[in-house]
Write a protein that binds this ligand. Structure first.
Ligand code: NAD
Length: 293
């Protein structure tokens, strides 16, 4: 396929490289002037997108996505598929679909999980929204860049699935960190707490797979000085998107709101650049957020 790729950052660069390695012809563009080996450098987003079989975007936020779509959709080839893999608000995703649809393009919102490691290894999970025809058109590219692609529903459904999942993750990580911090105060051995919780009703991904306590459970960012992994500021971004969506849809998400507040305080108080599981030392070192001091 002849593919255009816009946004060659931490995620986009390794994703585009996997497409090129798989034998596709790829033209890439990034405002920062990033060049990726094996990928033709386009002079503009329009040049990267015009007339291609597929166009993929991997951008920071919904406002940028919409301005890039305003720029590139008019030059899209009818019947080609536009795939947005950025994590953005549901409304921007739907606006992008609408614009693409008016120009006769197929479109998919397809945010990912799996992080930079998954992007490099080609093992991302794609959560996709859009028509079945659009999803089927994008599928061969998902199969190269990832190991799983779920068609979640119509336009915006991929973004909705992503922020719901990450809202659970943010809330559950804080809960797990609070439990380990409380265990410390009760002089409970962390390994013993892990052994019990990971096989009891408190078990969840944040304990069993990604335990925030160093030296406990499978290898995780906690064992690596809390280097991300999944950075705290990206968790905050997703939590804020969940709150934006909850506000627009009039959904009650009180725990999501509190998790957003706690991650915002953490990011502003030295957490930026650390893994989101570093909420544990943040809680234990500063006695922060206990609500009962
Ligand atoms: P990044 O900041 O490294 O990359 C974004 C790139 O977009 C930058 O290189 C920037 O120069 C470029 N860009 C900005 N405006 C542009 C424009 N108008 N035209 C062309 N290029 C433009 O971010 P990232 O970590 O690669 O993340 C990209 C998206 O993926 C985000 O929406 C993020 O939330 C999501 N995401 C990231 C991770 C992760 O672990 N990094 C995991 C899952 C999802």
């Amino acid at each position: 396929m002849d593919i255009g790729f816009i946004g060659l950052g931490n995620m986009g660069a390794p994703m585009v490289q996997n497409l090129a390695k798989a034998g596709h012809r790829v033209a890439g563009f990034d405002v920062a002037g990033v060049a990726v080996e094996g990928v033709e450098s386009a002079g503009s987003a329009k040049e990267a997108a015009n007339g291609r079989d597929a166009v993929i975007t991997m951008l920071p936020n919904g406002a940028i996505l919409q301005s890039v779509y305003d720029d590139i959709v008019p030059g899209g080839r009818a019947g080609s598929v536009f795939i947005d893999c950025s994590t953005v608000d549901v409304e921007s995703a739907r606006a992008a679909h609408e614009l693409a649809g008016k120009s006769g393009l197929l479109s998919v919102d397809a945010p990912v999980s799996g992080g930079i490691g998954g992007a490099a290894a080609g093992t991302l999970t794609f959560m996709a929204g859009g028509s079945r025809q659009s999803f089927d058109a994008a599928r061969p590219l998902f199969d190269i860049m990832g190991q799983k692609a779920a068609h979640c529903g119509g336009p915006g459904a991929g973004q909705a699935a992503k922020i719901c999942n990450n809202m659970i993750l943010g809330i559950s990580m804080i809960g797990v960190c609070e439990a380990f911090a409380l265990g410390d105060k009760l002089e409970l051995d962390r390994q013993k707490l892990f052994d019990v919780v990971s096989t009891s009703s408190g078990s969840c991904w944040s304990v069993n797979t990604y335990c925030p306590a160093p030296g406990v459970g499978p290898d995780s960012p906690a064992d690596n000085g809390y280097r991300p992994g999944f950075a705290a500021e990206l968790m905050l971004k997703d939590l804020l998107l969940s709150q934006q969506a909850a506000g627009a849809a009039d959904a009650a998400t009180p725990m999501g709101a509190l998790a957003s507040t706690l991650y915002k305080a953490f990011v502003e108080d030295g957490g930026k650049g650390q893994d989101f599981s570093a909420m544990l030392p943040h809680l234990t070192q500063r006695g922060f957020g206990s609500g009962n001091e």
